[in-house]
Design a protein around this ligand. Structure first.
Ligand SMILES: *Cc1c(COP(=O)(O)O)cnc(C)c1O
Length: 421
């Protein structure tokens, strides 16, 4: 007994109010979601418990690139669930090998290491780079250093938040893992200067997502790869959010013709139904791992592997990167044409788009609340940015439908502006 029951109206079972109250009372308060309770989804659309329909323009931070409940991915999930779901890595299963081969073929790398969440894959990349530094580069034990960027987002483990520049991600969670150094995002001179004898890796998002959809200068990622290559430093390319079609290419680094030395994937690799992540690397980096060095009970499990195989095939068969490119360019142009005193800038690539709200117009939150009232789900990121990143299966007609409401809201009609904190 928790004593919480008496604070909820138990007669209103299934109502928005009741469900919000349950989450509020029984859940830790580590999120601040919009007050909408979803119960069904299909393609780009979701329905709340009151039967209201919304266009999902967040797509679970790009984990839903293939849309909600893609029929092919669901069929793969169901077929595999009927056969075998988990073996652990103590035994082989008949899905993992084909999954890793198909992932390597799609990305152009030699070998893959499967994990579950994005943060775990980032941790795996950090471990690989450090061990590579000691075993291959000759860095003295315990001295390996990794460079990351200010305003980064790579996940929420204690090691990862330790090199975040966002105070709220770090506050109260120290002491942190040493061996990380930050440089300004988009600044290759700073990268040149930051590289030292013991630098083993540069961990980078080719376009910052959680940081507010920050697009670096043209060609910057490619120049960083070149610098790192000439200095014997591995590029750990975090494409967990930007990868698998989101920015109009299979990987965002493709805009510069580079995928880095270690490619980190997650989110949409699970097709919106199951957490699947991985790192990919050439043989001579991945071979630093020996049996017992690293692992995960669920990593490479047959259910996740079967889902990821189909999730990947859907992205390729439906040519989702090309859709994101074409629709993204068109949609961004339409957003830029909106004449509003509240909009400072519209930026992005493909269907990863951020609308920056002017400081004087308060935060992005009330704009997202107004969009919700008009049947459009978007979420603010970094206080000032409304992110538009729908599933990549969205159609031009669906985006056309959303534009008048978006225009109304961005102009400020019916939006209760409040000052930023
Ligand atoms: C979401 C994200 C992560 C973390 O993934 P989780 O699955 O939430 O652990 C890491 N890096 C980037 C760039 C992300 O967008």
């Amino acid at each position: 007994m928790t004593g919480h029951e008496e604070r909820i109206d138990m007669t209103e079972s299934g109502s928005t109010e009741r469900l919000l109250a349950e989450a509020e009372l029984y859940g830790a308060h580590n999120y601040e979601p919009l007050p909408v309770v979803l119960e069904r989804g299909e393609g780009c659309w979701v329905w709340d418990v009151e039967g209201r329909k919304y266009l999902d323009m967040l797509a679970s931070y790009s984990a839903l690139n293939q849309g909600h409940r893609h029929p092919r991915i669901l069929a793969a999930l169901e077929a595999q669930a009927a056969r075998l779901t988990l073996t652990s890595r103590a035994f082989h299963n008949d899905q993992m090998g084909p999954f890793l081969r198909e992932l390597c073929e799609a990305t152009g790398f030699d070998v893959a290491l499967p994990m579950n969440t994005g943060a775990e894959a980032v941790e795996t990349a950090i471990k690989a780079a450090r061990k590579w530094g000691y075993r291959k580069k000759g860095v003295p034990e315990g001295r390996a250093e990794i460079i990351a960027c200010e305003n980064n987002f790579h996940g929420r483990t204690t090691t990862i938040v330790g090199f975040s520049s966002e105070p709220s991600y770090r506050d109260g969670f120290g002491p942190f893992t040493p061996g990380f150094k930050l440089i300004p995002y988009g600044d290759e001179v700073a990268l040149q200067e930051a590289i030292a004898d013991h630098t083993v890796g540069f961990l980078v998002e080719p376009l910052q997502g959680e940081g507010g959809v920050v697009v670096p200068p043209d060609g910057w990622f490619g120049r960083c790869v070149e610098i790192c290559r000439s200095r014997g430093v591995l590029v750990l390319n975090d494409e967990i959010q930007t990868g698998l079609g989101r920015t109009g290419r299979l990987f965002c680094g493709d805009w510069d013709g580079e995928r880095g030395d270690i490619l980190i994937v997650g989110k949409a690799l699970g097709g919106g139904v199951y957490p699947v992540s991985a790192i990919l690397a050439p043989d001579d980096i991945m071979d630093v791992f020996a049996p017992g060095d690293h692992g995960s009970t669920f990593g490479g499990n047959p259910l996740g592997a079967a889902v990821a195989r189909e999730a990947l095939r859907v992205i390729l068969d439906e040519d989702l990167p090309a859709r994101a490119d074409e629709l993204g360019n068109w949609f961004m142009e339409r957003l830029r044409a909106i004449d509003s005193p509240h909009v400072e800038e519209v930026r992005g690539r493909g269907l990863m788009i951020g609308v920056v709200i002017r400081e004087g117009s308060g935060t992005a939150r009330p704009f997202c609340e107004s969009l919700m009232e008009r049947g459009i789900l978007a979420k603010e990121t970094h206080e000032q940015v409304v992110r538009f990143a729908p599933p990549l299966v969205v159609t031009r007609e669906e985006l056309e439908w959303a534009l008048p409401a978006i225009e109304e809201v961005l102009r400020g009609d019916g939006v209760e502006l409040f000052e930023s904190l």
